[in-house]
Design a protein around this ligand. Structure first.
Ligand code: NI
Length: 492
């Protein structure tokens, strides 16, 4: 209360100030910001409206193309989904970066927080809400997270949330986060500047004197700050009284230098350093969050086959689909070069025993031997021993579970492809039974299975499914040796 703005009287005065601010901002925007030059406070280097056009998926662009646009980051890859959450249609696009788990988990929790908040009261977002979500026009929320700067150990991600109704854009919020690619630490853009400099920045954004801006500072969120290697600092915000667009203030290097915090100076140093190289990830192990996107894991048993397995890989590759191959040791031994091709293409591989017998008929030492011989065969062919297994016929009991020493990956959807040998039968069966998180059982040694894959994959992807490997399906959930799994457990 020390400054005398508390109580009812203060609120009434502040309401009046909002109107004043709205008028000043509208005038400034109409005249393109140049009118601010003669004002008794620093002129704006730029005071521009950000387009209020609907966002499309943020595709990487070269840095030089855009002042604040998305940039391509080595190891970066885009994700997108459309979901019907509560009363809203949500369009989301975001970028993950290989080898920077701090960035990926930050983006995931931000996105899940927004999706959960949009869900009906008492409910949570479910990936099934992103299946067949092409609903008619209504209230829309567009969210995006994309890198806008990357250098040294720093990646800057801009997160945007835009809500709109039939009348146009209702609000557009944005913020930036600064991710350290080595430590994984994530810090808000606001930390680039010293706290005491914030009212001055706000006053420039709304075009009023600093002492008045200090009293209404909560109306201009200073969270979207992009520091450039040149030392320039761009601050974007939704400003009251500026309908349908955000305002960006660009401070030159000298102005920015006067407000940067110690952290901001460290970031500036990194932005002028060479990027730190990161190892590439195998495609089957790239980060995907199956609590956000509706995932399905296509699995193919009993191979590898020198003829049909390469045909399947070509179809998967064309469709940008991941998959998992549960190989028998005998076939890996018979077709080692095909096994290696599967591994080299980045698909996941599991152990399907050596001789494909019913493990419940074997003694525990015989079960162990089946697993070990297969591990050795796959290791010899591919250079890597599998960490998961699938018992033939899904046959397992407590003794088998105790003996295999790996998680037992069964299935939630049995295509019965080997029985019908007919895509017109097994494709509709899978499409009818599939739900997000499911493992689907098929066999890459069956030519009729291969001939149904294009249609099956296109149908699943058309519904919104992301086809992932078994390790991707279960990412973030424990896989315990001896336990049986059929699908990814839903978030509690
Ligand atoms: Ni089998």
């Amino acid at each position: 209360m020390g400054h005398g703005w508390g109580g009812t009287r203060g609120n009434a005065t502040r309401a009046g100030l909002h109107v004043l601010l709205a008028a000043i901002c509208a005038a400034a925007l109409v005249s393109g910001g140049e009118s601010m030059a003669g004002a008794p406070y620093p002129a704006l280097n730029s005071h521009e409206r950000v387009s209020s056009q609907p966002e499309t998926v943020a595709l990487p662009q070269p840095l030089s193309d855009a002042l604040n646009g998305p940039v391509e980051v080595p190891g970066g890859y885009g994700m997108a989904l459309t979901a019907h959450v509560g009363e809203r249609r949500v369009h989301a696009s975001w970028t993950y970066v290989d080898g920077v788990p701090g960035l990926n988990t930050h983006v995931d929790s931000w996105l899940l927080g927004l999706l959960d908040a949009a869900a009906p009261v008492g409910g949570r977002y479910r990936p099934a809400m992103a299946l067949n979500a092409q609903h008619p026009e209504g209230q829309e929320m567009t969210v995006s997270a994309a890198p806008v700067q990357a250098a040294g150990t720093v990646i800057v991600v801009r997160q945007k949330v835009k809500t709109s109704g039939t009348g146009g854009t209702v609000s557009e919020r944005s913020e930036t986060v600064y991710v350290d690619t080595v430590s994984g630490a994530v810090r808000g853009g606001a930390e680039l500047v010293r706290p005491e400099a914030v009212p001055g920045i706000q006053s420039r954004m709304v075009g009023i004197p600093a002492q008045i801006a200090a009293l209404v500072r909560q109306d201009v969120p200073v969270g979207d700050l992009v520091l450039k290697p040149s030392g320039e600092l761009a601050v974007s915000a939704e400003v009251p009284g500026n309908p349908g667009g955000n305002v960006t203030l660009t401070m030159n290097a000298a102005e920015a230098g006067a407000v940067l915090s110690d952290y901001g100076r460290q970031v500036l140093e990194q932005l002028n350093a060479a990027a730190v190289p990161r190892p590439a990830m195998a495609p089957a192990l790239r980060h995907v969050n199956c609590d956000i996107v509706p995932c399905a894991a296509l699995t193919y048993d009993d191979g590898p086959d020198a003829h049909t397995t390469p045909q399947l890989m070509e179809i998967l590759n064309e469709a940008n689909a991941q998959a998992t191959f549960f190989m028998t040791g005998s076939n890996a031994t018979a077709n080692p070069s095909t096994a290696k091709e599967v591994a080299d293409a980045g698909y996941a591989i599991g152990n399907h025993t050596y001789s494909h017998g019913n493990l419940t008929k074997l003694s525990p030492p015989a079960v162990k031997k089946e697993i070990e011989r297969t591990d050795a065969a796959i290791l010899a062919a591919t250079g890597t021993a599998p960490t998961m297994m699938r018992p033939p016929y899904g046959a397992a009991d407590a003794a088998v579970q105790g003996a295999v020493g790996k998680p037992l990956m069964l299935w939630a959807v049995d295509s019965l492809d080997w029985q019908s040998k007919n895509p017109a039968v097994f494709v509709p069966k899978v499409l009818k039974e599939i739900t997000p998180g499911a493992m689907v059982l098929m066999h890459d040694v069956q030519p009729t299975t291969i001939s149904g894959q294009k249609e099956l994959i296109a149908s699943l992807q058309g519904q919104g499914y992301r086809l992932v490997s078994v390790p991707q399906l279960f990412e973030g959930t424990p896989l315990v040796p001896g336990h049986v799994y059929r699908s990814r457990p839903a978030r509690p």
